[in-house]
Design a protein around this ligand. Structure first.
Ligand SMILES: NC(=O)c1ccc[n+]([C@@H]2O[C@H](COP(=O)([O-])OP(=O)(O)OC[C@H]3O[C@@H](n4cnc5c(N)ncnc54)[C@H](OP(=O)(O)O)[C@@H]3O)[C@@H](O)[C@H]2O)c1
Length: 342
């Protein structure tokens, strides 16, 4: 195996932690000696050890068995080792302290606050550094993390469940289930992929949703965000399942741009909007939505139901192009991207 093969292995294995490491990126690290793997480490869970620390920890158990000094080893890691003392300490400093003398990095960290600083620490301590092996794959597998830092905004996906005649719900406030079980399961996966779910006041009051990811694998549950000026938490917050199970934030504001700035103050890299037509259209008009996922059922709700859009071809008018379309149960799932951009 060569460095490219080790990097591919680190990327592939790191990907297994996609749902538990988020909103952190998934990262893999492999220590090798003469093309033989000595140890591997992965960032498995948000808030826990980074990949490099785990790889070094595992290798320490094999010292004087498979190698005598860390200076004999090369570290292959998918993402630049962090320079900052966050929840778990600086990985770059830990690499220096271990005595490793060569580091191969897939991609530089896109976060402008840390980008290049980890590499600087390594180089200042006479560690040989190579950068760029399978850089695109690392960026692709951490799409939301890279997007957030390159664009200074989270990646925003809007989910819509629509009847065949373009309706969202009835004004009667009674909850209506539009899509089939397969689509509903798919939405649970969408929730699991995202760092936060955002909704508006009417959906909270009418549907009383849990808005958690109900999936059969481990997931760092998405945070929940309510955007509402008038919701009074003193009335019924304690009884509402929305406010249970993961961190919830109530932004008492209708201004989307300032809400996004507030959300950016924490680790969130992606948001799934699950709201009714009022908030969904406000987001589309704001221009901040990157992706639209539309589940369309074969059934109609009729004239008395509320329409998603006030005009025909609204999705295209908002600048979205169809990226993919597939059948899911008896529904159709369409994914649209802003101006067709990936
Ligand atoms: N079919 C689906 O996929 C789907 C998904 C979710 C919900 N729904 C249905 O949608 C219905 C509710 O839809 P809706 O359109 O009446 O309400 P909504 O979009 O869920 O919520 C609207 C509320 O959000 C708040 N909001 C915050 N910022 C806003 C902004 N910039 N623009 C507009 N509103 C903003 C406002 O409350 P404040 O005045 O308090 O600020 C507003 O009244 C529910 O009954 C539910 O069943 C359907």
């Amino acid at each position: 195996m060569n460095y490219e093969d080790f990097m591919l292995r680190a990327i592939t294995e790191a990907g297994r932690n996609k749902y538990t490491a988020k909103p952190n990126p998934v990262v893999g690290a492999i220590l090798v000696k003469n093309n033989e793997i000595i140890s591997e480490g992965y960032h498995e869970k948000f808030g826990e050890n980074h990949a490099e620390i785990n790889a070094i920890f595992q290798a320490k158990k094999l010292i004087n068995k498979k190698f005598t000094s860390f200076s004999e080893l090369t570290l292959i890691c998918t993402l630049e080792p962090c320079s900052h003392i966050g929840k778990t300490g600086s990985c770059a400093e830990a690499i220096v302290d271990s005595g490793i003398k060569k580091v191969i990095i897939g991609s530089i960290d896109p976060n402008p606050k840390v980008s290049g600083k980890g590499v600087d620490i390594l180089k200042k301590n006479n560690i040989e550094v190579e950068i760029g092996i399978h850089q695109d794959l690392v960026a692709e597998q951490n799409k939301f993390f890279f997007y957030r830092h390159k664009n200074n905004k989270p990646y925003i996906t809007l989910k819509i469940a629509s009847s065949l005649d373009g309706k969202s719900h009835f004004n009667s406030q009674e909850r209506v289930y539009i899509t089939c079980e397969e689509s509903n399961d798919d939405v649970q996966k969408l929730r699991a992929e995202n760092d936060a779910i955002l909704t508006g006041k009417n959906t909270l009051l009418n549907d009383n949703p849990r808005m958690n990811a109900r999936v059969n694998f481990h997931v760092n549950q998405p945070e929940k965000i309510l955007l509402s000026k008038s919701y009074n938490p003193n009335l019924d917050k304690l009884e509402r399942p929305f406010f249970k199970g993961s961190k919830t934030t109530h932004i008492k504001n209708n201004d989307i741009e300032s809400a996004i700035l507030k959300i950016l103050q924490n680790d969130i890299c992606s948001i799934l909007i699950e709201a009714g037509p009022k908030l969904a259209n406000a987001f589309l008009e704001s221009g901040f939505v990157d992706e639209l996922v539309v589940y369309t059922s074969p059934n109609k709700l009729g004239e008395t139901a509320v329409s998603w859009f006030r005009q025909n071809n609204a999705i295209e008018k908002y600048g979205f192009k169809l990226e993919s379309s597939c059948k899911i149960g008896c529904d159709i799932k369409d994914i649209y991207l802003k101006n067709g951009k990936k």
